[in-house]
Design a protein. Structure first.
Length: 220
């Protein structure tokens, strides 16, 4: 899928200067093996909201969304699996995964920092933290899933790429995709329904009072 390769290439480029080499190799492995679904939704959202987009700018936003997701997803997996309980204390691989997760999120933030999606990126990380805390405390969480928040982040990051606004129905639609998505996420080509771009274009048709708000659609 062309959009997936575009997002993956931009994500790899965003972390190409990471040092030392061992850490960069771990990060590159994460990017190479990850589903590019968040990045693809960013690209598609940009295309359906405003076709007059800068491909490089959209690719950077897609990379930002993708890196934040990959970093948080890796953190979630590490918390769930507790790998340190089954490894030699001299083995640095798990520690590198923790560091890689932090770097991935930080680089994603850097790419989105001066965009309209910056606020929702912060909300996504905060919601993730609350959800993980709730799980650790063995209590029900009011937070949406990581995938729901990241998919909405993708719609906002892509839909505002040309300086416009992301229609609320488009944001709601991609959240619905997340609610029905398998975890771990499959490849974008396998996960997205046929004609997805046409559907997104229809639901994303601007209404006169649509605005990008600093809050999630879940808060409306």
């Amino acid at each position: 899928m062309e959009e997936a390769e575009q997002a993956r290439a931009a994500a790899r480029d965003a972390v190409a200067d990471i040092e030392p080499d061992g850490l960069r190799a771990v990060i590159d492995d994460h990017v190479a093996s990850s589903s590019m679904l968040p990045g693809v939704l960013t690209v598609l959202s940009a295309r359906v909201v405003d076709g007059s987009i800068d491909d490089d700018a959209v690719a950077r936003r897609a990379a930002g969304v993708q890196l934040i997701y990959e970093g948080l997803r890796t953190t979630r997996d590490l918390v769930a699996e507790e790998p340190w309980a089954h490894t030699d204390e001299q083995d640095p691989s798990d520690d590198l995964d923790v560091l890689a997760a932090d770097v991935l999120v930080a680089r994603g933030f850097r790419l989105l920092a001066r965009t309209e999606a910056a606020g929702h990126a912060v909300q996504t990380v905060r919601a993730f933290g609350r959800q993980q805390t709730d799980e650790q405390e063995d209590r029900a969480s009011a937070s949406r899933s990581l995938e729901s928040n990241v998919f909405e982040l993708a719609a906002i990051a892509g839909g505002t790429a040309a300086g416009g606004e992301t229609p609320v129905p488009l944001r709601q639609y991609v959240v619905g995709l997340a609610d029905n998505a398998a975890v771990p996420l499959p490849g974008a080509g396998d996960a997205l329904p046929e004609g997805i771009e046409d559907v997104m274009a229809r639901v994303g048709e601007r209404q006169g009072d649509d605005r990008v708000s600093p809050t999630s659609t879940a808060d409306r």
